[in-house]
Write a protein that binds this ligand. Sequence first.
Ligand code: ADP
Ligand code: MG
Length: 378
Amino acid sequence: MMLAPPFWKGIAMVMHNPFTPSFGIIPPYMAGREDLIEELSNAFSNGLGDPNLSTIVSGPRGSGKTALLSFVAEEAASQGWISANTTAATGMLEDILDQATVAARDFLDSLDDKKLKGITIGQFVGFEWENEAPRSGNWRTQMNALLDQLAEHEVGLLITVDEVRVDLEEMRQLARVYQHFVREGRKVALLMAGLPYAVSSLLSDESVSFLRRARKHALGRIPDNDVRDAMNLTIVQGGRAISPAALDTAVRAVDGFPYMMQLVGYRIWAERPASEEISPDDVSRGVELARREMMEGILECAYRELSKGDKRFLAAMLPDAKDSSLADIAERMGVKSNYASQYKRRLLEQGVIGEYQKGYVRFDMPSFREYLQTQLEG
Ligand SMILES: Nc1ncnc2c1ncn2[C@@H]1O[C@H](COP(=O)(O)OP(=O)(O)O)[C@@H](O)[C@H]1O
Ligand SMILES: [Mg+2]
């Protein structure tokens, strides 16, 4: 049978939009996290004793915590580790055990047939049995049994916990048992992520003081150069182009914020997806849409969590173009500066403001200043 010429012949190809403005999705390019990713990935090859094997990252909503956990879990897999990925909630320990069991079985399944028949069939059957028979022993005992089997193949287990919370007994139990794993010299890693205030309250909890030894990373704003490279690569790999001037405008609108980078990228791409190049007009329209979405999503959420005092503090920052001194803020609020400091701490923990110079703060979430202004006027 003769095939008709493709119906789309002569019609411009519409390229798939490569940006990922959804929470928890690994973007095509992880901007500005190279050092952290490298440290973590070295830790998997170094194995036992590398301090980065226990790491906790903090950052506001949209700073890329969940994407980082997933990315690092994939990195670990490429180095022969398996992972159990969970979110801090009731049932998380059971979830970790289930996932680790499934991942371990998949790993053993993937070993070549010869090896499977010759050497590992015993362990393989062991897993089957363990999965189907009623489980016995507490969580630690069951995890130990699994880790023993993994150890025979020198496979490490990475546990990732997203959205950590201190008010959860299972979180504390995990920290305690993990400490035993480490002491027993097991090949384990623990990577946790959470909002800044959740992480700082977890770390100040006596019952999990072991976690204070974990490496801490704050996912801050991404340098403009990294945003520029990542956006450009995403666009070019996606089959289109953007002029340096248009790209600069987009980068400025992103303001170092990962979620905003995806929103801006997605919107400027979607303006005229069939054209070869993203034009300055596409950028100005797309940026406008992205700003609006950003307001509706992140900013509204963050604003709802502010107390009256938080809002007064932020309002007292508005007269300054960029940095505000704590002394000025206190004066404008009509309070003592140690009182103002309490609000400063809360707002720093929530990621709304940043302190880049001692005694000076500035808005740390893009567009939050404008959003606050409209809220306070309205
Ligand atoms: N390093 C990064 N570079 C570019 N985009 C990123 C990066 N990390 C995350 N993103 C994107 O940002 C958005 C928020 O990421 P997510 O991991 O869900 O944030 P969080 O868990 O901190 O709220 C997603 O659209 C994701 O694709
Ligand atoms: Mg998340």
